[in-house]
Design a binder for this molecule. Structure first.
Ligand code: BMA
Length: 332
């Protein structure tokens, strides 16, 4: 491998398919997509934008489940192979250990979770309602059974809170996208820092929409992957067409020590809505990545992405290929 995966994990059972012979794309889809169908649960209207990590030799995750009331809920789930999932029928009931969070954390809705292992536990961030308005919720778990909720990271309005998998200079780092109370026709990615996962500051601008495919707004996706070239970050971008928003995704490489500095940024999307399950669903034309598994020994990457706000798809690349592609097609 030319690109080394730093501080990563061996995942010998990472879900994987080789690139089909007739495909020249740098990221290719699993041929049996979607991996999670909308009716995987009795209560589910749709299951999409969900986060998956290696766990106890298999995999665990936090899933966005919109139920048949059309309430947006988070459910835990488990899998041996990353493809066949057993998702809990009941939503996560977050534990409020701190009396002050009992006051603020009245559950209203939660969506677009990310899961990040840092040091000794799995941190969950998601779009959480505070005072009925979206901001970044924070919780941790050791076992995907008990989830302890903490203070929200920011004031409303904010979305797409994505943690880095290790501290830098003693601080936790989080990407996010300040937004508004509605369908937000704007948005840049920012980075914030915290000594304790509670107080966030030292905010830095990372990047703004740039190319046409992402011209309306951008948002961080899976947990950044640390490589010998810097942090490999997949992110979504939104184009506004005469028929509504189109969500595609691509990737950039952020500086290893100062990740608010963008080293390379792919000018093209890597995946855009074109398969039927990406173009047709509750919200058409959406591909929205929330998790990426990366095997440090081979550089294989498996990306989980929501499709048309209805189902979960899987696609693949390798660190060598995607990093080379980003560098060759960089807009900076
Ligand atoms: C965004 C979020 C995502 C969703 C997307 C497309 O604002 O709500 O959960 O996938 O819109 O509807």
């Amino acid at each position: 491998m030319k690109v080394q995966i730093l501080n990563g994990q061996s995942i010998p059972n990472i879900p994987w398919q080789d690139r089909p012979e007739n495909c020249t794309d740098v990221v290719w889809r699993y041929d049996s997509n979607p991996v999670i169908k909308r009716d995987a649960l009795k209560c589910s209207n749709s299951i999409f934008n969900s986060a998956v990590v290696p766990f106890e030799g298999g995999f665990a995750g936090v899933f966005r489940v919109d139920d048949k009331h059309r309430a947006m809920e988070l459910h835990a789930g488990f899998s041996d192979d990353g493809i066949n999932w057993k998702i809990n029928e009941e939503r996560i009931e977050f534990v409020q250990q701190d009396p002050s969070t009992q006051q603020v954390n009245k559950w209203l809705y939660g969506y677009d979770p990310r899961v990040c292992f840092i040091e000794d536990r799995y941190w969950v961030t998601w779009c959480n309602a505070y005072n009925g308005q979206p901001t970044i919720g924070v919780a941790y778990t050791y076992d995907f059974k008990t989830f302890t909720q903490c203070e929200n990271a920011f004031l409303p309005f904010n979305r797409n809170g994505v943690l880095f998998p290790r501290k830098i200079d003693g601080k936790y780092l989080m990407l996010s996208r300040p937004s508004d109370s509605g369908h937000t026709p704007f948005g840049d990615i920012y980075l914030s820092q915290s000594p304790d996962m509670k107080y966030w500051g030292e905010h830095r601008h990372v990047m703004a929409p740039f190319m046409p495919w992402e011209s309306k707004k951008i948002g961080a996706g899976p947990i950044p992957i640390e490589t010998s070239e810097g942090w490999l970050c997949f992110y979504h971008g939104v184009l506004e067409s005469c028929n509504g928003f189109v969500y595609s995704f691509s990737a950039c490489i952020l500086d290893a020590q100062q990740p608010w500095k963008v080293k390379y940024r792919c000018a093209e999307y890597l995946i855009n809505p074109r398969e039927i399950y990406e173009c047709v669903g509750d919200v058409p034309n959406v591909t929205f990545p929330c998790a990426a598994l990366c095997d440090k020994d081979t550089g294989k990457i498996a990306i989980y992405y929501g499709c048309a706000d209805t189902v979960v798809g899987l696609c693949f690349t390798t660190a060598d290929e995607v990093v080379e592609y980003i560098k060759e097609h960089s807009s900076i």
